[in-house]
Design a protein around this ligand. Structure first.
Ligand code: ADE
Length: 225
């Protein structure tokens, strides 16, 4: 998979992509992530990337020219499966969407800033819009990092068997059951006995029951889907 991220703040991505699983996925060649600074594509002498909104209103709007030039350059080099725009005014991202995106080959992710981007970029270039939740971030960068993280770990081979995504919360529509490790007794706090029993059929039933119970308590909406 190849992911091209278009941003005004490339440094934001330095840390999340240079640690742990994502770092390993990049090193092993499962994913290539290319960060592009939109400002490098501005053609005016002030290297402007934004302008006042037509019709007034507070906040600057990211203008078409540098974004368009960058998108057209990339599209001239390869075909993209999706050109995604990160924005709070979109459908909310979930595990199902992460699964779908993890099957793609080439992705562009555009991060917005300021008041938004000129609507014509959305109308003519963007093929998918993603919000990561009903709150407003200062820009799309952290949201893009969240999407990339959740997608890259689903690429076959990135996770080992022990950390397999199949047992994740949401993967079967339910939240994960609790997990425990040694010691079995910490100052009188005991691990549920069933987990020490060695009866794997019973253990599986218990885990499933716990999943259902937790989902019912904290996210009953998932059970309606
Ligand atoms: N940009 C600002 N807020 C966002 C959100 N909640 N999701 C995606 N992109 C955003």
């Amino acid at each position: 998979m190849r992911i091209d991220i278009l941003t005004l703040f490339p440094e934001i991505f330095e840390s999340p992509f240079s640690q742990s699983m994502i770092k390993r996925a990049i090193e092993k060649g499962y994913v290539e992530i290319h960060i592009h600074n939109i400002r490098d594509y501005s053609t005016d002498k002030h290297r402007s990337v934004d302008d006042y909104a037509f019709g007034g209103g507070a906040g600057m709007v990211m203008m078409i020219q540098p974004i368009e030039d960058l998108i057209l350059k990339l599209k001239g080099e390869r075909n993209y499966d999706e050109i995604i725009f990160m924005t709070p005014d979109a459908r909310v991202f979930n595990q199902k969407e992460a699964n779908k995106i993890s099957m793609l080959n080439n992705l562009i992710i555009l991060c917005g800033h300021y008041k938004g981007i000129d609507q014509r970029v959305r109308d003519h270039y963007i093929t998918k819009e993603i919000s990561i939740g009903d709150y407003v971030l200062t820009g799309g960068e952290l949201a893009a990092a969240v999407v990339v993280d959740s997608v890259v770990r689903l690429i076959p081979g990135v996770l080992s068997d022990e950390t397999s995504a199949l047992s994740d919360s949401f993967q079967d529509g339910l939240l994960s059951p609790p997990v425990y490790t040694r010691p079995a007794n910490h100052n009188g706090w005991e691990v549920p006995e069933i987990l020490l029993s060695g009866n794997f059929k019973k253990i599986d039933e218990w885990l499933e029951e716990k999943s259902l119970e937790i989902t019912q308590r904290v996210r009953p909406d998932l059970l309606d889907e």
